[in-house]
Design a protein around this ligand. Structure first.
Ligand code: GTP
Ligand code: MG
Length: 135
């Protein structure tokens, strides 16, 4: 069955939203296959965000992801990749629709990075690549 990598970013963990976020994905019907709280290393983040190297938000993004613990999870189920991205909402939490994780819990905090609570893989290929980085 299809798998996706979900990361709860440091803002989600520090705001005590980990359980709330995981509960939404479980309640939607997906299976929590793996779960851990961890501290990201710079090496893991360089691999994870390889596609963004050189973009203006890259360094602030990596610094943000190093700023506190994260939660990494693998969810399983038919079309779970697409489903989680729908649950997460748009990248920018200001415009993410209400009812989504980012739309309900996120805002612009005036920093150089979008503190948008969660990451979700965007394709089968990236899911398998990312799962190997974090598990
Ligand atoms: P992820 O699930 O985290 O990968 O989000 P995404 O797929 O919606 O966004 P993308 O992969 O394009 O970017 C990864 C992360 O970089 C985002 O989640 C944001 O935290 C940050 N980011 C992306 N685009 C921008 C941008 O234009 N400006 C800023 N400041 N941050 C950005
Ligand atoms: Mg992405």
């Amino acid at each position: 069955t299809e798998r996706t990598l979900v990361l709860i970013k440091p803002d989600g963990v520090s705001r005590n939203l980990s359980g709330t976020i995981l509960a939404r994905v479980e309640a939607k019907g997906y299976k929590l296959a793996e779960l851990k709280k961890t501290a990201a290393s710079r090496e893991q983040l360089e691999e994870h965000y390889a596609e963004h190297v050189g973009k203006p938000f890259y360094e602030p993004l990596v610094e943000f992801m190093l700023s506190g613990p994260i939660v990494a999870a693998i969810f399983e189920g038919e079309r779970v990749i697409e489903a989680f991205r729908s649950l997460a909402g748009a990248t920018d939490p200001v415009v993410a629709a209400p009812g989504t994780i980012r739309g309900d819990f996120g805002r612009d905090w005036g920093l150089k990075v979008q503190q948008n609570l969660v990451h979700g893989s965007d394709s089968v290929e990236s899911a398998e690549r990312e799962i190997a980085i974090w598990f």
